[in-house]
Ligand binder design. Structure first.
Ligand SMILES: [Zn+2]
Length: 292
């Protein structure tokens, strides 16, 4: 076809072919302009995390698909599967590794609401699309097939601790959890991961001396899921970083010990006053009112 067309350019009917050439060049130019237009539009719709982890929002969040390689999203009715595109990429690539390298599956719970902002029940963070909750559960049905929407609504994290919360319950613990946390924490995009102190203590034994353990921050609860927090993405100039973790190394010594009483129980949480929602950055008002 190309050869035929090239040949025709040089035959006697050259004026007609020149017209054809002009039409072709015009068509190509229009296409280039159209692509240019798309590029400009995507620059306008750039995503951005604004504020802090506990008082913030997201401009143009991305939605995580409800199924992907190595993961399924649960409790869709809560509408908390939105995040900064970096968070969505992170979850997709972590799940792919979990599937391909560990033959496991991740159940993804809360990330953020579509515009970010305060979540009215159990979280003070998850506000700017950089936090994600992932269950410590190789759900036997999810491993074999896609869960129905109704099944997903009824899945809640199950603690992997004994009922006195002093030890790991070996019947509920799957060693793959340690491997998943290792992969999850080793990504440089991860700022920290919240996990129960009893689980961290177990991993400090299983992975003695490994530096990724330093990113695991002991915290109350977090015994049926872990909570990944990503750093502020590059270029998100209104995203406030959290104060860096003040430990060096794996954090398996005094830092972890300070969570336990002499009898081996986790220290009680200090009573704080009623939680007060921190003031959101000014930019969030328009975003959360749907004007962006
Ligand atoms: Zn969380």
């Amino acid at each position: 076809m190309g050869i035929l067309f090239g040949f025709k350019l040089f035959d006697a009917n050259i004026i007609g072919d020149m017209r054809l050439l002009i039409i072709l060049i015009t068509a190509i130019s229009v296409t280039v302009i159209q692509y240019g237009g798309v590029a400009i539009a995507s620059e306008i719709s750039i995503s951005e995390s604004i504020g802090s982890y506990t008082a913030g929002c997201i401009r143009n969040s991305a939605a995580l698909s409800i199924n992907g390689e190595g993961y399924q999203v649960i409790r869709l009715g809560r509408g908390r599967y939105f995040g900064n595109p970096e968070t969505i990429d992170y979850i997709e690539s972590l799940s792919k590794k979990v599937n391909e390298e560990l033959n496991g599956i991740l159940l993804i719970a809360d990330i953020s609401q579509q515009t970010g902002g305060p979540i009215l029940d159990d979280h003070s963070s998850h506000q700017m699309g950089l936090d994600a909750d992932i269950l410590l559960w190789q759900h036997p049905i999810a491993k074999n097939r896609t869960l129905t929407i109704t099944e997903r609504e009824h899945i809640h994290p199950q603690s992997v601790l004994t009922s006195d919360e002093m030890k790991i319950d070996e019947f509920k613990w799957d060693p793959i959890n340690g491997e998943i946390l290792k992969v999850a924490a080793s990504d440089p995009k991860v700022e920290r991961i919240f996990i129960n102190p009893v689980i961290k203590r177990r991993l400090c034994t299983d992975y003695a001396g490994e530096l990724w353990l330093g990113k695991l921050r002991p915290w109350y609860g977090h015994d049926g899921h872990f909570h990944v927090r990503l750093r502020c993405p590059e270029g998100n100039s209104l995203c406030k970083s959290q104060k860096p973790i003040e430990i060096t190394g794996d954090g398996c010594g005094g830092d972890l010990d300070s969570w336990f009483r002499a009898d081996g129980r986790i220290k009680k949480k200090r009573k704080s006053g009623p939680s007060v929602q921190k003031k959101l950055p000014a930019e969030c008002a328009a975003i959360m009112n749907g004007m962006y």
